[in-house]
Design a protein around this ligand. Sequence first.
Ligand SMILES: Nc1ncnc2c1ncn2[C@@H]1O[C@H](COP(=O)(O)OP(=O)(O)OP(=O)(O)O)[C@@H](O)[C@H]1O
Length: 210
Amino acid sequence: MEHSSSAMLEVAGLSCSRDDRLLFSGLSFGLRPGQVLLLEGSNGSGKTTLLRILCGFREADGGEIFWAGRRIAESRYFADMAYVGHADGTKKELTVLENLRFALALGHPGQYSIDLALQKVRLSGYDDSPVQSLSAGQKRRLSLARLLVTHSILWILDEPFTSLDKQGIELIETLMDEHAKNGGMVILTSHHDLTFPHLGLQRIHLDSCP
Ligand SMILES: Nc1ncnc2c1ncn2[C@@H]1O[C@H](COP(=O)(O)OP(=O)(O)OP(=O)(O)O)[C@@H](O)[C@H]1O
């Protein structure tokens, strides 16, 4: 099915209930290259659930999601999108380097080499460390390096600031800004406001949906 919109990602009339509790319905928004969308809402309002629907891990009860005018299942969406969730998506028994090589083998090369990405997230020198020996914040930095070594247009980030120190928070904001300026898109959840003046920042507050 073709869908005509100027947005690259178009969410149309999405609804979802869990345990007979309506989380959202008729949720519609569009995202264009260069835009960042911040999903806000209180605990249990459905932010993670919405992200999991956007990642294809969960079916919505109603509505459609389009990527470049096509239903996501009929598009390049899953090749163009990268998700960093609560679990970080790293393999704990592998080393930092092995994790990044693994990510690269599954995706297309991104803007950064592995060395540069490790420098960027300040994990240089940890190449041969097993992930299970890293701190929570270092694991989060590794999951960001994964985003940098592979090419994806849409980053979907669930609470990316968790476990990060002040410098780590600034790093994510800088990376998101660079990604958006390069024509990428970001959807993130956060209980903290962004401190960076992202151009094209959109907000959706799930407590006010429906
Ligand atoms: N595994 C699950 N099984 C059943 N219900 C769940 C499950 N996970 C979440 N829920 C319910 O779905 C609703 C939305 O949860 P969700 O995790 O999407 O909220 P959230 O906005 O991300 O919350 P938080 O800010 O606490 O991370 C909540 O009412 C929660 O109880």
